[in-house]
Design a binder for this molecule. Structure first.
Ligand SMILES: Cc1ncc(COP(=O)(O)O)c(C=O)c1O
Length: 202
């Protein structure tokens, strides 16, 4: 990984502070935007700031085309179909949308881990009040992710599994758990929730 090349994409990292350029480690709270993103956002606000998917004047058409182009690129990046991509303003809104949109009944369970941010905890606790059971998979004593415990928690009543990819608590990355669970278990047919927050969460 060429970190010097990557640094050049982030204008703020060229600032000199205390005679040094900064090393930024607070992405869980606010991620820096690379210049490609800043330029694209700026172009929208300066050149074609109109309603996408609605207005059929020239600016609206341009906004729609770029919006749909972004949807296609993101779909390709995560091997999804463009119509499966829904833009939300953040992770919290995305998870709340799912928790309200899925039809749960009193026998359903939702499984999460014990290292979730509030945004992946409170929506499920609220469903808990409606009778939907919420199972929390405990980490191993050494704080690594316990895939066996996850497998034991997932059963016929499991409607949804929602587990952080990179923990905001300690930076621990749970890589490939869904693929591994599907490999171990029968073919996965359940609902999978993948989101991305400012901390590169999937
Ligand atoms: C792991 C994790 N999940 C979810 C969130 C909430 O993200 P958002 O502010 O995009 O709703 C954060 C924010 O810090 C986070 O670190």
């Amino acid at each position: 990984m060429n970190t010097e090349k990557i640094r050049k994409d982030f204008p703020v990292l060229s600032r000199v502070m205390n005679k040094k350029t900064p090393v930024y480690l607070d992405s869980a709270c606010m991620s820096l935007k690379p210049k490609q993103v800043l330029e694209t956002m700026n172009a929208y606000y300066t050149d074609y700031s109109a309603c996408a998917g609605r207005s059929n004047h020239k600016l609206g058409v341009e906004a729609t085309e770029n919006y749909e182009k972004a949807r296609k690129e993101i779909a390709k990046f995560i091997s999804a179909k463009p119509e499966e991509i829904i833009f939300t303003k953040n992770t919290t809104e995305g998870i709340n949308l799912v928790s309200h949109a899925v039809e749960f009944n009193g026998k359903d369970t939702v499984v999460t881990s014990d290292r979730e941010h509030n945004s992946n905890l409170i929506p499920w606790q609220m469903l808990d009040k409606k009778g939907v059971k919420h199972r929390v998979v405990k980490s191993n004593p050494d704080e690594t992710f316990n895939l066996d415990a996850l497998q034991e928690s997932v059963g016929n009543s499991t409607k949804l599994v929602s587990v952080v990819h990179v923990s905001n608590i300690d930076g621990y990355e749970i890589r490939g758990w869904s693929a591994e669970l599907c490999r171990r278990d029968r073919p996965c047919s359940g609902l999978q929730v993948f989101g991305k927050n400012r901390n590169e969460q999937y």
